[in-house]
Design a protein around this ligand. Structure first.
Ligand code: ADP
Ligand code: MG
Length: 783
């Protein structure tokens, strides 16, 4: 297989300084041959006397991106080359490494606010689907998966059962190794995504599930690894070769050291785990860098097992070290850079992932045999049937007889370039030697003709046929084995994961016609234009849930206004509105152009009819070139061109609108989640200050688990979100911020200290609201 030798490419990206952060001292030199980042820190004061010396560290990178580098530049320079390799059939991995808050998620997934802040994953999806669409020479199938690894346990962020159960209760993703040491991930679903929109929806779905699973106690985003994988398989029509490749986009857990964070108890265990898995990642990487190292310790952690075929060997691997260069984080940044230097030592050999489809191979070999037979017939001038005819046999007998009787030592037996005849002669001679009496026929002499050349060729061809026969036998055996494997895998799959699809399903072919012929009509009703092909994120608050009391509803309004995110929501709403208007306008123009094209076509037909009629009534007149028609055709071409341009823009707008909508939904979900946390905290405070409320009969225990379980989302959930609800706050519209799912009602009511006022008791909620407002007044006066 084709091979590409590469070291792991290591880049650095410096995050912009925060408003109150003090800049650390560093400099970047992006000149050839290898760019370097120099960090300078004050000398240790350990010896007890002060000096002004500084210590300098210099690190080499493929390229260093300073604070102002934008997401599109990052994509173009770092991710695009990897995406291109993946499109060509190699595996690829991009991982972001750095301490919490240094910009890993921002780089890999993107910021939650602006469209221009979208990160490597959405940009890569867009790029890949664009390229696939352009290439009609192959049939492509794409799937995505989204895995979170937390404390060495794997969770499927796209598991459809997210809706019904808590993350912890879902079946864990586990690693299985087959006899060929290939890694299979049990319980990780591969969701087919036929276009950018579907893939983006899946990404947002996974992100939202991840966000919801996160509680203050479980800051999963800094303590877990997330791996978004794009699987591509491709095949040329009729070819036996299937290319499979995958691209892992990895958001690693924070790399900060335990000692510094100084946390105890539960969190310490987690931190230790994170460090362990990053430590194992480093061990694998170091082992890969060593020459002649046969054992690579992949199995030490889930992370390294999953990336097994995508770190060393068969892969294009890229790492982005994310750095926060303010004074307080310089230490961590240096240790991130050190890690990066070790990673940069690895030499990878990326291998093209090709495998052969035995069925197609057999078909090809059969065809080759037929071709060879035809060639043979051409050389010998005879069509071959399997048996020699009676007549031919008699002729041969005569030839043999002649040959045997000929006393001339130079005489030879020549039957031409036909193996069957040659074989027959030998058999016949053997018979004559063994049973001399049975062959009493006369033998005739014969001339030698010059057919040696074609004889040789015939032998070659015969040999080839034999070889192909053998190959077919081998392939048939392979096919049987393969069938059995597929059967086994299927039964395993059925037993384990309901949501996954088999990778080999052929994708619905992407029709090119749609973009070429202006036959589609654009009707632009806002709710309907962009009907999603993957179910949308449902509203966080379920209609089935309890109603939000007036008190908490009002509180939510207040909370929303105070919340920084709501500004973004407003901005995005504006932008969305603009984009909708643009899309609408463009849609109308598209319709106009379409009509125009149809009109022009009508005129051409009319013209042709007229000229045909003229030709009939005036047969003598010759049909000449019609410049009018030609002119009309040119006009149509022009219109088509502008149609195509507009359609391209329309598509771009559509993607942007989709993205904005998803961003807004996500921000809203976050807002509501924050509100719930804040609301229950407020409630607790009130209980402490107004203990008599605890005894209120209208309180119910809210188990935080219920809050979470009711909100997990699934790709298959039937979403009741409609487009038009996007302009309103879903929570307010449905009037139902819920504190849990409906099962809450059946739970045993009031227990003691953790109870908070719930829906229904407007008096209690009004009390809280009054309290909140009072608090806010006080706070405002203080500030
Ligand atoms: P991590 O995932 O490493 O913990 P994040 O990606 O969440 O860090 O970044 C922390 C914060 O800094 C986020 O609010 C993010 O939007 C912001 N941020 C990170 N990198 C950049 C950048 N290059 N430009 C603008 N904002 C950034
Ligand atoms: Mg993060």
């Amino acid at each position: 297989a084709a091979m590409v030798k590469e070291t792991i490419r290591v880049y650095a990206r410096v995050k912009p300084l925060g408003r109150r952060q003090q800049a650390g001292s560093y400099s970047i030199d992006n000149e050839e041959p290898l760019p370097s980042l120099e960090i300078s820190v004050p000398r240790d004061l350990a010896d007890g006397f002060i000096n002004n010396k500084r210590e300098n560290y210099k690190f080499k990178f493929q390229k260093i991106f300073d604070q102002e580098a934008k997401q599109d530049v990052i994509f173009d320079s770092i991710a695009k080359p990897v995406a291109e390799c993946v499109l060509a059939g190699y595996n690829g991995t991009i991982f972001a490494y750095g301490q919490t808050g240094s910009g890993k998620t921002f780089t890999i997934t993107g910021g939650a606010e602006r469209y221009s802040d979208r990160g490597i994953i959405p940009r890569t999806l867009s790029y890949i689907f664009d390229q696939l669409q352009k290439d009609s020479s192959k049939v492509y199938t794409t799937h995505v998966s989204y895995l979170e690894i937390y404390n060495e346990c794997g969770y499927d962020l796209l598991d459809p059962r997210h809706e019904a159960s808590r993350m912890e209760d879902l079946p864990k993703v586990t690693i299985m190794e087959d006899s060929d040491q290939n890694i299979h991930l049990k319980n990780l679903s591969l969701q087919q995504a036929t276009n950018e929109e579907e893939a983006l929806n899946l990404l947002f779905l996974g992100d939202t599930n991840r966000m919801i699973a996160e509680t203050p106690m479980n800051q999963a985003s800094s303590r877990s690894h997330c791996i978004f994988t794009i699987h591509i398989s491709s095949k040329e029509p009729g070819s036996a070769t299937i290319r499979r490749s995958k691209l892992h986009l990895v958001d690693l857990a924070g790399s900060e050291r335990v000692a510094k964070t100084g946390i105890g108890g539960h969190l310490l265990t987690e931190a230790k785990y994170i460090n362990l898995s990053l430590h194992y990642l480093e061990q694998v990487i170091i082992a890969l860098a060593e020459k002649n190292r046969s054992h690579i310790p992949y199995r030490n952690s889930m992370m390294t097992s999953v990336l097994r075929d995508s770190l060393g060997g068969n892969c294009m691997t890229t790492m982005i070290s994310t750095l926060a260069m303010d004074k307080r984080n310089i230490d961590e940044s240096i240790s991130t850079c050190r890690f990066a230097q070790r990673v940069a030592l690895i030499k990878n050999e990326a291998v093209l992932n090709e495998e052969i489809d035995p069925r197609l191979m057999i078909a090809q070999l059969k065809k080759e045999i037929q071709d060879l037979k035809d060639e043979l017939a051409l050389v010998t001038g005879k069509q071959r049937t399997s048996e020699l005819s009676q007549e031919e046999l008699l002729q041969l007998d005569e030839l043999i007889e002649t040959f045997l009787k000929d006393n001339d030592p130079d005489s030879s037996l020549d039957v031409g370039a036909d193996m069957r005849k040659i074989k027959y002669c030998f058999v016949h001679m053997k018979q004559i030697i063994n049973h001399p009496r049975t062959s009493g026929k006369k033998l005739l002499s014969q001339d030698i003709s010059e057919e040696n050349n074609s004889n040789e060729e015939l032998e070659k061809l015969k040999g080839l046929v034999q070889q192909r026969d053998n190959e077919i036998n081998i392939l048939v055996t392979m096919l049987k084995k393969e069938k059995k494997r597929v059967r086994d895998a299927l039964s395993q799959l059925n037993a384990t994961s309901a949501g996954s699809t088999i990778l080999e399903q052929s994708s619905p072919s992407m029709s090119l016609e749609e973009s070429q012929s202006p036959s589609r009509c654009f009707s632009l009703k806002e709710e309907k234009v962009f009907s999603p092909s993957v179910p949308r994120l449902p509203c966080p608050s379920r209609a089935a849930g309890g109603k939000m009391s007036l008190g908490s509803q009002e509180a939510f309004e207040v909370f929303k206004q105070d919340h920084a995110d709501s500004i973004t929501v407003e901005d995005n709403k504006q932008l969305l509105k603009q984009r909708f208007d643009e899309a609408k306008c463009l849609g109308e123009k598209l319709n106009e152009v379409r009509n125009k094209i149809n009109q022009l076509k009508g005129r051409i037909i009319q013209r042709q009819i007229q000229r045909a009629a003229l030709a009939v009534s005036n047969p003598s007149e010759e049909l000449t070139f019609d410049s009018v028609e030609e002119n009309l055709r040119m006009q149509i071409e022009e219109e088509k061109k502008s149609y195509k341009v507009m359609q391209g823009r329309f598509k771009g707008l559509k993607v942007e609108i989709e993205h904005l909508q998803l961003l807004m939904e996500k921000v809203k979900m976050k807002l509501q989640k924050d509100f719930e946390v804040w609301w229950s905290e407020e409630a607790k405070k009130i209980q402490q200050e107004k203990p008599e409320m605890v005894t209120s009969p209208n309180t119910a225990t809210v188990d935080p688990q219920f809050i979470r379980s009711s909100q997990h989302l699934s790709p298959n959930s039937s979403s009741d979100t409609t487009r038009d609800s996007l302009y309103e706050d879903p929570a307010v519209k449905n009037n139902s911020i819920t504190f849990g799912n409906p099962t809450l009602k059946t739970r045993t009511p009031p227990s003691s200290s953790t109870s908070i006022p719930l829906t229904g008791d407007s008096q209690a909620d009004a009390d809280i609201l009054a309290f909140i407002k009072a608090r806010q007044n006080i706070l405002q006066k203080k500030g």
